[in-house]
Design a protein. Structure first.
Lengths: 623, 186
């Protein structure tokens, strides 16, 4: 018998998922970076295992298709993404759902209730409902680790892709878990199965049959979930309140019960259904609750999916009791959940009068305003935004008359002061489509689209091709820093060759001219004058113009090759006009009572401030 | 009970995450349970960073509710003042005098005055870190000062330091000691 060595390690929810996938024998693992999901692939790339293919794919749809291809060939495969990425992958995902799979296919999606990363606060459980796919939600880091092998087993037993969903509070939390230190990927002999009725959508007969199969697979999954004991029903000794918790809310329930102990909370009258499978709906366990409880409280973050299904089930079972949650207006559909909400829900259901002092804290200091979110000190694209603003001014245009569409990633920070350059933010690649819409709506001033390199590879290319085909007169600025930076410095197709893990590099400077654009410029955004001049040249022209503003991310460049340079202050020249602060907004520059101070530890020596300063009070230090 | 809920506030580059890790490790060495989490939405240099650590016989959720923290460890004044809403009315704030200017027109002296009015325990962490031989060790100075408020002895923090810190280990151990000595044992 093989002995398994266990080692207690502090790991994050994302790392637990990655390790769980290895325990489950996954041999193809793909994903696209996105907070709060990124550290799963990040961990696997830092700790490579022979026989396991791990990659950052170009986008989530590609990632999912690769994982599904591997699962169709019989392997166990995992695709990881944030909720916005699931939107991108969903077109293919729903098709895979209707076809099913042979090898285990797990799709990890991380939702972001409370919005730490600035995207729509969507509840991805809705996708599981629409696709009729099982969805599992761990409640702790340890459970995440143990659940993934079960997710693969469920996927293979029921023949269906399986979602695993986590939320930020779990994926980014760390706990000590006994983990395996050695793994053996299940490397099965790849199968080539030609089955038109399963793997194509050729005609109504096939698609209708697949829909029937899909519904059957989901009910099979419900059976398997019950057999595997994935959900836990704790029936209390006494009749009373039933509580349904989903994923992480289980941990808030435990804390809330402790917090309510001083209020004589009677736990012997509280039955708890701890749901790990939030889809399919656990009909049998819920029936037990109906028989045993007078009222049921549903504790789920974001949308009331379980609550809605419960009300339907209650109607069908003629359950007479009250169902409490969000639909009665008590608990919120908005924002991150916590013990506070659960205490509120329990207190209302059990008529516990709460004292105001419970959970009352101090008010945050009114003078301690949040720090503005801006690009890092030394970010090359500080230069790009300044150049856009200067070019607009030099062309005698008003800033509020020039549309600059924005995109996802660091580049969106151009919307913030002091730049106020970018107008909008939608989804990966949307800047280019939006810009074309403004063009065709008859905007007479130049229309500018801004996008980062990884975002351009991810979803910008089809839209640029569209602009070329239809000759939409616009200027696309690609703010190329060579990395997928905002999510924590992942590689993308354009990342420098030395940083690619054995991969090939695709050079945007070669690709874009091949797409038939009318004008192509390449600039170094640390050179403010040249960048502004390229913009002044490009903006008034007709046709599709692309400016590739290229310079490596300052953080990565600092790590790889050292700082860009140094600046020196000539304080005697400074008249405290503050242009260096108000134009660049560089976090390394601050104002004291009677001088400008440059934090040399933070300064990267990009010298954009020196280029802005009209009095040589800041100069580039040569040599 | 042995329960300590901790919020650590600072800006990027101050060793916030390492501090959280050391506390969690020390708690595990003490035979307690520990959970920690971090809020880092974007990989921005110099941006705000908040870590949460919970230790105790049993720890359920990874989050600390507002008004529930027993300890607020501040690596920077403005961020500490922003996070004071997490501190319980009976909790302690141990905060570095370090000030990373916010583009608001408030000076370090004003922020210090506000921190004092709120009863923060203010530590000249940078001076002590430099005295220990490594200016980067301000987080460890704060850990040393905070070490009085845990249900286990300083030796477990020192062991966690030895396990997790390779560079400037001696300086960091010194920084821990200097931080610890700044406060009397309660």
């Amino acid at each position: 018998m093989e002995s398994i060595v266990l080692h207690k390690q502090i790991i994050s929810g994302n790392e637990a998922l990655a390790l769980g996938a290895l325990v489950g024998g996954a041999s193809v693992i793909t994903g696209y970076p996105g907070t709060p999901s990124s550290e799963a692939i990040g961990y696997l790339l830092r700790n490579p295992l022979p026989g396991v293919h791990v990659e950052w794919s170009t986008n989530e749809k590609v990632a999912l298709e690769i994982a599904a291809g591997a699962a169709w060939a019989g392997q166990r495969a995992l695709a990881t993404m944030k909720m916005s990425g699931l939107n991108v992958a969903y077109d293919s995902l729903i098709s895979f759902a209707y076809s099913g799979c042979t090898g285990g296919l797990v799709v990890y999606v991380a939702d972001d209730p409370g919005v730490t990363a600035g995207m729509a606060e969507q509840d991805s459980r809705g996708f599981a409902l629409m696709a009729d796919l099982p969805m599992l939600e761990p409640s702790t880091v340890e459970e995440a680790y143990r659940l993934i092998p079960k997710a693969f087993e469920l996927s293979e037993k029921a023949g269906t892709p399986v979602f695993v969903r986590m939320v930020t509070a779990l994926s980014h939390s760390h706990a000590a878990v006994e983990v395996q230190t050695e793994f053996t990927p299940l490397r099965r002999e790849p199968q080539l199965i030609r089955d038109i009725a399963k793997y194509t959508k050729a005609g109504a007969a096939i698609c209708l049959a697949q829909h029937r199969d899909l519904i059957q697979r989901l009910s099979k999954a419900e059976e398997v979930i019950r057999e595997m004991g994935i959900n836990q029903l704790l029936v209390a000794p006494k009749r009373g309140l039933g509580v349904i918790v989903c994923g992480l809310t289980a941990s808030y329930l435990e804390e809330a019960m402790v917090a309510l102990q001083p209020f004589n909370l009677d736990r012997s009258g509280i039955s708890v259904l701890k749901l790990v499978s939030t889809h399919p709906f656990p009909e049998q366990e819920v029936k037990t609750l109906f028989d045993h409880c007078d009222q049921i409280l549903v504790l789920e973050e974001l949308e009331p999916y379980i609550e809605t299904a419960l009300i339907v089930a209650a109607r069908r079972s003629k359950f007479p009791g009250l169902i409490r949650g969000k639909l009665d207006g008590n608990l919120s559909r908005v924002g991150e959940y916590g013990t506070r909400e659960v205490v509120k829900g329990l207190a209302q259901a059990l008529n516990i009068p709460l004292s105001d002092s419970l959970f009352s804290g101090l008010a945050a200091d009114s003078m301690a305003a949040p720090r503005p979110i801006t690009v890092c000190a030394g970010c090359p694209h500080r230069g790009t935004y300044i150049a856009i603003n200067q070019a607009i001014r030099k062309l005698k245009l008003k800033k509020d008359a020039v549309m600059v569409t924005g995109d996802i990633g660091c580049t969106i920070l151009g919307m913030n002061p002091p730049f106020n350059t970018v107008w909008n933010e939608v989804s990966m690649g949307a800047s280019l489509g939006l810009a074309q819409g403004y063009v065709w709506s008859g905007v007479a001033t130049p229309v500018i689209a801004t996008i980062g390199d990884s975002t351009f590879f991810h979803a910008g290319i089809p839209s640029l091709i569209n602009a070329v085909q239809h000759q939409a007169s616009l200027t696309l600025i690609i703010l190329d820093n060579g990395w997928t930076a905002m999510t924590g410095m992942q590689v993308n197709p354009g990342t420098a060759i030395g940083a690619q893990s054995g991969g090939h590099r695709l050079d945007l400077a070669q690709i874009i001219p091949m797409l038939g654009v009318d004008w192509f410029f390449q600039v170094d955004p640390y050179d403010l004058k040249a960048t502004t001049e390229a913009l002044i040249d490009a903006l008034p022209r007709a046709g599709v113009k692309v400016i590739l503003a290229r310079r490596e991310c300052a953080i990565q460049s600092l790590r790889r090759t050292g700082r860009a340079g140094r600046v020196r202050q000539q304080a005697e020249n400074c008249n405290l006009c503050k242009l260096c602060i108000t134009t660049t907004g560089c976090p390394a520059i601050s104002l004291t009572e009677n001088s400008i101070v440059i934090d040399q530890a933070l300064c990267n020596g990009c010298a954009l401030c020196a280029q802005i300063c009209a009095r040589e009070a800041i100069v580039r230090q040569e040599g | 009970m042995n329960k300590v809920d901790i919020v650590i506030a600072g800006v990027g580059g101050q060793g916030n995450l390492l501090l959280a890790k050391l506390i969690a490790e020390a708690a595990l060495l003490a035979g307690l349970e520990a959970k920690r989490s971090e809020i880092k939405g974007l990989a921005q240099r110099g941006g705000p960073v908040q870590s949460l650590v919970k230790i105790g016989e049993q720890v359920w959720s990874p989050l600390v509710e507002r008004g529930q923290a027993d300890l607020l460890l501040g690596l920077e004044l403005v961020e500490a003042l922003r996070n004071v809403q997490f501190l319980s009315t009976t909790g302690h704030a141990i905060v570095s005098r370090n000030f990373v200017p916010n583009p608001l027109p408030f000076s370090q002296s004003e922020m210090l005055a506000r921190a004092q009015r709120r009863g923060f325990i203010l530590i000249s962490a940078l001076d002590l870190a430099k005295q220990a031989g490594n200016a980067q060790s301000t987080n460890i100075v704060i850990l040393g000062a905070a070490s009085h408020f845990f249900p286990f002895g300083p030796e477990l923090f020192q062991e966690a330091l030895r396990k997790n810190v390779k560079r400037f280990l001696e300086e960091n151990l010194k920084a821990f000691q200097l931080g610890r000595e700044i406060l009397p044992t309660p």
